[in-house]
Structure formats: C-alpha cells, structure tokens
Design a protein around this ligand. Structure first.
Ligand SMILES: Cc1cc2nc3c(=O)[nH]c(=O)nc-3n(C[C@H](O)[C@H](O)[C@H](O)COP(=O)(O)O)c2cc1C
Length: 244
C-alpha cells in the first residue's frame, strides 16, 4: 500500500514537472510571437511615410550676407504655418547640403571632413533623415516628435513647441574613428554642429524665417524616441518657422 502511495506521489510530481516545462515552452512561444509582432509593427511605422524629394537649391534668392548677419537672432516665438517644400529644400541645403558634387563636400565645414553630423527633421507628419547626397528627406518614424524636443523647461517652451520644424543634430561617433577618445569626438562634433546651426540662422534671417537653437534637451529620452543607435549622440536641436 505504502509502495503504491509513493508511486502515486512520484507520478504526480512527474506530471507537475511536465506541466511546468510545457508552461515554460508556451510562455516562450507567446513572448516570441509578441516580439515578432512588435518588430513587424515598428519596422512598418516609417513604411507609411514616403521620402520627400527636395528641390535643387535656389542660388538667387535671399538678402545679402551683410543684411542677413545684421538680422540674425534667436527667436522663441513661432507661427504654426508649415514651410513650403521649396523653402524646406533651400533650408536643408544651406544647413549642410553638398555644394561641391565632385568632392561631396558641404556648405558647412567638418573636422577631418568626417561629415559626422546627421540632420533629422521632426515635423507633424513624422521624423525624417536628411540624405544630403541624394538631397532627399528619408522617413524614419511616423510619430510627431516635436514635443519630445521640448521636455526640459525653458523660456517660451509652449511657443517653441508650435514650430513646424525641429532640426535635431545627431553626431554619428562611428564615423569618427580618427579620434581616439569620446572627449575628442564630443568636442569636434559640437564644433561641427555649430557651423550647421549658424548656416540655418543665416538662411532664416535671409528669408524672413525665425529660428532658435537649444542645448537644453532631454537627450536620453529623445534618443529613445528616435530609436538612435548607441554611437549616435544628440548635440543640439533647432526650431525653424515663420514669425508669429
Ligand atoms: C550651444 C547653444 C545652446 C543654446 N541653448 C538654448 C536653450 O536650450 N534654450 C534657449 O532658449 N536658447 C538657447 N540658446 C540660444 C541662446 O540663448 C542665444 O543664442 C543667446 O541668448 C543670444 O541670443 P541671440 O542668438 O539672439 O544673439 C543656445 C545657444 C547656443 C549657441
């Protein structure tokens, strides 16, 4: 009788173990399915957005350089009106477009010609990447990330949020292997960003647009929202729009 009880107990514990193993397998399968669905959904987010083919730069427009310098200033007050494609095209080319196709060099200088600063453009319809070589805005995410650039309290935050465009300057450290440590990479990428941001300031004053660069940005949160890689570092953000 005792032997039988022992055997029953043994059988029950074997059945329990089998159930536990099955439970584990089911859980893994469910988690795997969820991960596959998540990957599929996130990779198809940008698929709904089309690339924006930009116009060649218009070299004739705008005020003189001296006049543009005289009017250059930081603005923190923006109209919500969107920028026409022609204006967006000229703005991005002025920022860091290719001005010497033979060498692929740009309107802004870059240390050791690393060209490590990528310009991301956050608009209502989504986040885009400026491909200077093709002069095209490539879709990255369908989300409107403009608000995610203004999460740190600062002057006139609410009006800055209304700007139709936030340029996000991202340094790609993987293009900077010429420098031995991150301190050098940080220094040169910050300097290179400054030239691009100033080009944008001057284009804006030349065209009657307003702009303001910002260093007060929650870089960790914004990097996550933008799904940046580890070696991509947000340097500055710059709002662009029409005066209020
Ligand atoms: C690297 C850098 C970071 C800045 N960060 C901010 C910022 O986070 N918020 C802001 O409102 N202005 C920011 N500014 C704008 C400055 O406050 C502004 O340039 C300064 O007040 C001088 O005004 P001006 O550009 O009209 O000459 C920044 C400027 C630079 C160059």
């Amino acid at each position: 009788m005792r032997d039988r009880n022992d055997e029953d107990k043994k059988n029950r514990s074997v059945v329990k173990k089998v159930f536990k193993i099955l439970e584990g397998i089911m859980l893994k399968k469910i988690l795997l399915s969820v991960a596959i669905i998540f990957c599929f959904v996130s990779s198809s987010i940008a698929a709904d957005l089309s690339p924006i083919k930009l116009f060649p730069p218009d070299m004739k427009g705008g005020k003189s350089l001296m006049q543009s310098l005289q009017e250059r200033k930081t603005s923190r007050s923006f109209n919500t009106k969107k920028l026409p494609i022609e204006v967006l095209s000229n703005l991005l080319w002025s920022a860091c477009g290719i001005n010497r196709p033979d060498s692929g060099k740009r309107t802004a200088p870059s240390a050791s010609n690393r060209q490590e600063i990528d310009v991301y453009v956050a608009m209502e319809e989504g986040l885009y990447f400026y491909n200077a070589k093709a002069h095209v805005l490539e879709p990255v995410l369908k989300n409107d990330l403009r608000k995610n650039t203004t999460t740190f309290p600062q002057p006139s935050r609410s009006s800055v949020e209304g700007a139709p465009l936030q340029l996000i300057y991202v340094a790609d450290y993987s293009k900077m292997s010429v420098y031995t440590n991150d301190e050098e990479k940080k220094f040169y990428s910050a300097a290179d960003t400054g030239f691009i941001a100033q080009n944008v300031y001057l284009y804006c004053s030349s065209e009657g647009l307003v702009t303001g660069v910002r260093g007060l940005v929650d870089r960790d949160a914004l990097s996550k929202n933008m799904k940046l890689r580890d070696r991509q570092k947000i340097v500055l953000v710059q709002a662009v729009g029409y005066p209020e």
